[in-house]
Design a protein around this ligand. Structure first.
Ligand code: GLU
Length: 496
C-alpha cells in the first residue's frame, strides 16, 4: 500500500491528563495537514480512560488550543460524527466486548493474580537482577484452577493478552522503514482492568479499527508499542493502519526532549513557553506558531522558511518528514512572529490587538487602534510587545514620568520647563496638527532656543508617552490628538 489512499482518515488521540503541550500540537498539526492534503478526515478522539490522571481542565485547554491553531476536526467532541462517541470513557462496552472476544478466541486470558502477588514477584525479580514482568502465571490454568480462583477472588480479574513467546515482529514505519522487535521482550500485558476500563493498547487498537483510521501518525515515544499493537491487530484479524512515528522535539539547545513544563533556560534565563496556552498568552500569532511547528521535522523545500498554511497543505507529505529529532529554536518563532505581524493588514492587526489590550485593562477602541498600528507594526515581535510600546495611547488619565526622566542631558528643570512651554504654544497655534506641521514647527523652535533637536524631542517624548523609546514622536502626537498631547505636556510642565 502506498501513502496515497482514497479515504485517508487520521486521528489525534490525546489523553486529557494535563495542559496542551506544544509537542502534542505538532502531532495534531501533522495529522491535520496530512488529512487536508489528501482530502481526508481529521478525527479528534479523547483517550480518557486513565481515571487517576484525568485533569478536568485539560479538555478545555485542548479544544481551545486546537481552535486557536486553526486545526478544525471533522469528527470528534462537539461536532460528533458517524463513528462516535469520540470519548473513550463512553465506549467501555466496546472494549469489554472485544477483550472478551479475544478470551473466547484463545488470544487472551483472565488473570486473577493479586496486587500482592505481583508486587512480591517484582521484588523477587529485582533481587535476582531480572527484568520485572508478569510471569504468565494465569496463562495456562486448568479449568478447575480457573474456577477456584474465580471463586476465591469473587470474580476479580484482569484480561491479559497472550503474546507470542518467541520469534520476531516487524512493523513497517512510513518514515523509518521496517523495525523488527524480539517477541521475547513483549509482556502478556493487561488489556482490560478489573474495573472494566481498558488499557491504552486495547482501546487505541479497537478504536483505530472501528473508526476506520487509515494512517497513524503519532509521537516517536510510542514506537515500542507498535509490535504490541501489531499482535493485537493480528489476533483480531484486522488490518493494521499504516503507521509513522513523528520525530521528537528537542530543547532549544538540541539536548534532550523538549521539557514538559516551561522552563527558564540558562541561556539568558528566558522562560521558554512549551504549553499552547503560554503561546496564546505570550502574544504569538497562531499562523506563526503553525509555520514554526511545520518547520520542526518537515521542510517546505526551496529553502523557504515562511509559508502559509494553504501552501503547506498543498505540499505536505511524509517524504519530507525527517525522522531525526528537531530542536525548538524559540528565537526563530520570535522572528517569524515579527514577520507575520509586519505582513498582516493593519486592520487585521488592530483587531487582534484589541483583546490583548482589553485583557491588560486598557479601555481600547478599534478606531484609535487602527491609527496606532502603523506606528508600531515594525517595532513589535509579539502582540504583547505592543502593550509596552503603545499602552500610553490608551491610558485614560496619563501621568507624566518623574522630572528626571523628562529633563534631558545638558538641560535643567527650568530650561526644560521653558522649552516645553514654548513647544506647547507652538503646537497650540498650528493650523493643522499633522506630524509634518509639528515637525517643521518644532525643528525651528529647537534652533531658536539653541537646543539640539534630541533635547527638545526627548523632553516631549517623555512628557507625552512616559517612555524613552516610543513610536515616532510627531505621528504619536498626531494620533494622541492636539488636546490630549497638550494636556500631557502641560502636566509635565506643572510637575517640573
Ligand atoms: N493517548 C495517547 C497519547 O496521549 C495516544 C497515542 C497514539 O496516538 O496512539 O498520546
Amino acid at each position: 500500500m502506498t501513502e496515497q489512499q482514497d479515504s485517508v482518515r487520521v486521528r489525534f488521540a490525546p489523553s486529557p491528563t494535563g495542559p496542551f503541550h506544544i509537542g502534542g500540537a505538532r502531532t495534531a498539526l501533522f495529522n491535520w495537514l496530512f488529512a487536508r492534503h489528501h482530502g481526508g478526515k481529521f478525527i479528534l478522539r479523547i483517550e480518557d480512560t486513565d481515571r487517576k490522571r484525568y485533569d478536568p481542565d485539560s479538555l478545555r485547554l485542548l479544544l481551545d488550543g486546537l481552535r486557536w491553531l486553526g486545526l478544525d476536526w471533522d469528527e470528534g467532541p462537539e461536532v460528533g460524527g458517524p463513528y462516535g462517541p469520540y470519548f473513550q470513557s463512553e465506549r467501555l462496552h466496546l472494549y469489554q466486548y472485544w477483550a472478551n472476544w479475544l478470551v473466547e478466541q484463545g488470544h487472551a486470558y483472565r488473570c486473577y493474580c493479586s496486587e500482592e502477588r505481583l508486587e512480591a514477584l517484582r521484588q523477587q525479580q529485582l533481587a535476582a537482577k531480572q527484568d520485572p514482568g508478569y510471569d504468565r502465571h494465569c496463562r495456562n490454568l486448568t479449568p478447575e484452577e480457573r474456577a477456584r480462583l474465580h471463586q476465591e477472588t469473587g470474580g476479580q480479574f484482569v484480561i491479559r493478552f497472550k503474546m507470542p513467546l518467541d520469534g520476531e515482529t516487524t512493523v513497517h514505519d512510513l518514515l523509518r522503514g521496517d523495525i523488527t522487535f524480539d517477541n521475547r521482550q513483549l509482556q502478556d500485558l493487561v488489556l482490560l482492568k478489573s474495573d472494566g476500563y481498558p488499557t491504552y493498547h486495547l482501546a487505541n487498537v479497537v478504536d483505530d479499527h472501528l473508526m476506520a483510521i487509515s494512517h497513524i501518525l503519532r509521537a516517536e515515544e510510542w514506537i515500542s508499542t507498535a509490535p504490541i499493537h501489531k499482535h493485537l491487530y493480528d489476533a483480531f484479524g484486522w488490518e493494521m493502519p499504516q503507521i509513522a512515528h513523528l520525530p521528537v522535539i528537542l530543547n532549544p539547545s538540541g539536548k534532550g526532549k523538549l521539557s514538559k513544563r516551561s522552563v527558564a533556560f540558562s541561556e539568558g534565563g528566558r522562560k521558554i513557553p512549551v504549553l499552547v496556552h503560554e503561546f496564546i498568552e505570550g502574544g504569538y500569532l497562531p499562523e506563526a506558531v503553525v509555520n514554526f511547528l511545520t518547520n520542526i521535522g518537515w521542510s517546505f523545500g526551496d529553502d523557504r522558511e515562511v509559508f502559509t498554511v494553504q501552501e503547506t497543505i498543498e505540499r505536505f507529505d511524509l517524504s519530507r518528514v525527517n525522522p531525526a529529532g528537531g530542536a525548538f529554536p524559540i528565537e526563530k518563532l520570535d522572528w517569524l512572529n515579527g514577520v507575520y505581524i509586519r505582513e498582516m493588514a493593519d486592520d487585521e492587526l488592530a483587531r487582534r490587538l484589541l483583546p490583548v489590550f482589553e485583557k491588560a485593562g486598557y479601555p481600547v477602541d478599534l478606531e484609535r487602534m487602527r491609527r496606532v498600528v502603523p506606528l508600531i507594526k515594525v517595532r513589535i515581535k509579539t502582540l504583547n510587545d505592543a502593550l509596552d510600546m503603545a499602552g500610553f495611547f490608551f491610558t485614560p488619565s496619563f501621568t507624566p514620568p518623574p522630572a528626571e526622566e523628562i529633563v534631558q542631558k545638558g538641560m535643567d528643570a527650568a530650561s526644560t520647563k521653558a522649552a516645553l512651554q514654548a513647544a506647547a504654544d507652538r503646537l497650540a497655534g498650528l493650523p493643522d496638527f499633522s506630524a509634518k506641521a509639528q515637525e517643521e514647527a518644532l525643528r525651528a523652535l529647537a534652533a531658536e532656543l539653541g537646543l539640539k533637536t534630541g533635547q527638545l524631542f526627548g523632553a516631549l517624548r517623555a512628557a507625552t508617552t512616559g517612555q524613552q523609546v516610543s513610536p515616532p514622536l510627531f505621528e504619536t502626537m498626531e494620533v494622541l490628538g492636539r488636546e490630549e498631547a497638550l494636556k500631557r505636556i502641560r502636566r509635565a510642565i506643572a510637575q517640573l
